[in-house]
Design a protein around this ligand. Structure first.
Ligand SMILES: Cc1ncc(COP(=O)(O)O)c(C=O)c1O
Length: 451
C-alpha cells in the first residue's frame, strides 16, 4: 500500500540523507558502475510528483526520472496496462514474429508524429538505440556518409550516438575513436553563442548566422551531397535547456531540403507532452523527416522508437534489429501513456508551464545570479551566473542551489555548464508548483548569502 497520494501540497523532510539511505548508497557505491549520480535521493515509493524515501522523507520530484515519468509516478492506467499484458506474455521477439501491440503502437506513432507521408517505426530500448537506428537508416537508405550535428547537443553515449553528442567533454574524453563522419556547427543559443548576437533581441540574425555557417561548411569541407542527415534537438536538453529562435527549424528544414538531406528531430527528452504539445517541434512550425523518441514513451518501461519515411526503410532483413525492440509490455505501457497524455496532461503542462515560467522570470529579474530563465511548457531551466553583466558561469552556486533545494525536499537536476532544469511530471497542480517555486527561491537566496 502506498502511503503517499501524489496530491501532497508540500514536501516534508527531516535530515537527508537519513540512516537507511546512507546504507543503500554505500552498497550501491561499492557494487554499481559509476554513472551520473547527482543527489543522495533513495526512493521507496513514488506517486504523481511525490516520492517517499527510505527514511520516510517526502519529496517533490522535479526531475521525472530524467524526463521519463511525464504522466506522473505509478499512474494507475499504466500499471493496469502493464499487468494486463504481463499476464498474457512478457516477450516473444517482435523483431522475428508478430503480435498486435507492436503494430498498434507503430500505427499510433505514425499518426501522431508530424508529417503527412507514409512512415515506419523501428523499436529499440533506449534513446541512444533510437539515435543509432536513425544513423544507420539514414546512411543505409541514402548511401551518404556524413552527418551534421550541433555543439551543445546530447544524443546518447553509444559510439555512434556519442559521435553526434557535443555537450560536455567528459562524455567523449578517453573514448576516441568514435564513429567518423560527424561535423558540429553552432546551435542558435540566444543567450550565449559564438557569434556574439543577442538572440532574444535579434533572433533572425542568429538563425541566419547558423544557416550561413552550415553553408560555409558545405562550401569548404563537407560536400553537401554526401551528407545523409542533420541531427537536432528541438530544445537542447543535457546541453542546458536551450530554446532556439522560433523560425530556426523552418530555415534548417529549408536548407536540408535544398540539399536533399534528412532532418532528424531528436525528441527523446523534449517529446511526449513535456512542452505542452505532443512533440516539441510543433512549437516551431516545421515537419522533420525523422523523429527519435524514448524516455517518457512508456512511463518507465524501457522502449524507444525511430519514426522515419517508409521509403527510407532498411528493406533487407537483418540489416538492423534488436532482441527486445517493441517488447509487448513496453508497447502496452506506451499506448496507455499516449492515451493518458492526450486526456488532459498535455494541456496541464502548458498551463503549469506558464506559471513556472512566470515564477522563474521573476527570479531572473530579482536575483543577480539568475542570468537566464528559459524553456517551454514543463521543460524549463535557469542559468546561474556570477553576474548578469559578464554572464560568467557559476557552477559552484548552481550545485549549491540544487543541494539546498534537495535538503528542503525539492529534487532537481542540473544541465549544461551552469543551469538547473525543472521538469516535474505533467500532473503537477498549481499549489504544488507555487510551493516548489517558493522552495527554489529560498534555496537561491540562501546560496547568495553564503557564497
Ligand atoms: C535528446 C536526447 N537524445 C538521446 C538521449 C540518450 O538516451 P538514453 O540515455 O536513453 O540512451 C538523451 C538522454 O538524455 C537525450 O536527452
Amino acid at each position: 500500500m502506498l502511503m503517499i497520494t501524489g496530491n501532497e501540497a508540500k514536501p516534508m523532510v527531516k535530515e537527508v540523507p537519513g540512516e537507511e539511505a546512507k546504507k543503500i548508497i554505500e552498497k550501491d557505491e561499492k557494487y554499481v558502475a559509476t554513472t551520473t549520480k547527482a543527489s543522495p535521493a533513495v526512493v521507496k515509493e513514488a506517486k504523481g510528483i511525490v516520492f517517499e524515501d527510505v527514511d520516510g522523507n517526502i519529496f517533490f520530484d522535479f526531475t521525472s526520472g530524467v524526463g521519463v515519468t511525464n504522466v506522473g509516478h505509478s499512474h494507475p492506467k499504466i500499471i493496469e496496462a502493464i499487468k494486463k499484458q504481463a499476464e498474457k506474455f512478457l516477450h516473444f521477439a517482435g523483431t522475428d514474429f508478430y503480435y498486435s501491440l507492436q503494430a498498434e503502437l507503430a500505427e499510433k506513432l505514425c499518426e501522431i508524429t508530424p508529417g503527412n507521408f507514409e512512415k515506419k517505426v523501428y523499436f529499440g530500448n533506449s534513446g541512444a538505440e533510437a539515435v543509432e537506428a536513425a544513423i544507420k537508416m539514414t546512411r543505409w537508405s541514402t548511401g551518404k556518409k556524413f552527418f551534421i550535428a550541433f555543439i551543445g547537443a546530447f544524443h546518447g553515449r553509444t559510439m555512434g550516438a556519442l559521435a553526434l553528442t557535443a555537450s560536455k567533454p567528459v562524455h567523449k574524453q578517453k573514448f576516441f575513436p568514435w564513429m567518423p563522419g560527424v561535423v558540429h556547427v553552432p546551435y542558435p543559443n540566444p543567450y550565449r553563442n559564438p557569434f556574439g548576437i543577442d538572440g532574444y533581441e535579434e533572433p533572425d540574425e542568429l538563425v541566419n548566422a547558423v544557416i550561413n555557417y552550415i553553408e560555409y561548411v558545405f562550401k569548404h569541407f563537407v560536400p553537401s551531397d554526401e551528407v545523409a542527415a542533420i541531427f537536432a534537438e528541438p530544445i537542447q536538453g543535457e546541453g542546458g535547456y536551450v530554446v532556439p529562435p522560433k523560425n530556426f527549424f523552418k530555415e534548417l528544414l529549408k536548407l536540408a531540403e535544398e540539399h536533399d538531406i534528412l532532418l532528424v528531430d531528436d525528441e527523446i527528452q523534449a517529446g511526449f507532452g513535456r512542452t505542452g504539445k505532443f512533440w516539441a517541434i510543433e512549437h516551431f512550425d516545421a515537419v522533420p523527416h525523422v523523429i527519435t523518441t524514448a524516455k517518457a514513451m512508456a512511463s518507465g518501461i524501457p522502449i524507444s522508437a525511430c519514426v522515419y519515411p517508409a521509403k527510407n526503410d532498411f528493406k533487407v532483413k537483418g540489416a538492423h534489429s534488436t532482441t527486445f525492440g517493441g517488447n509487448p509490455v513496453a508497447c502496452a505501457a506506451s499506448l496507455a501513456t499516449i492515451e493518458v497524455l492526450q486526456n488532459g496532461l498535455i494541456e496541464n503542462a502548458e498551463k503549469q508551464g506558464k506559471l513556472m515560467a512566470k515564477r522563474l522570470k521573476e527570479m531572473e529579474e530579482k536575483y543577480e545570479i539568475v542570468g537566464d530563465a528559459r524553456g517551454i511548457g514543463l521543460m524549463q531551466a535557469t542559468e546561474i551566473v556570477k553576474s548578469k553583466e559578464t554572464k560568467e558561469i557559476y557552477p559552484k552556486a548552481r550545485d549549491e542551489i540544487v543541494n539546498k533545494a534537495f535538503k528542503k525536499g525539492l529534487l532537481l537536476l542540473s544541465c549544461g555548464a551552469s543551469a538547473i532544469r525543472y521538469i516535474p511530471p505533467l500532473c503537477i497542480n498549481e499549489e504544488q508548483m507555487n510551493n516548489a517555486m517558493d522552495l527554489l527561491e529560498e534555496a537561491i537566496k540562501e546560496t547568495m548569502k553564503e557564497l
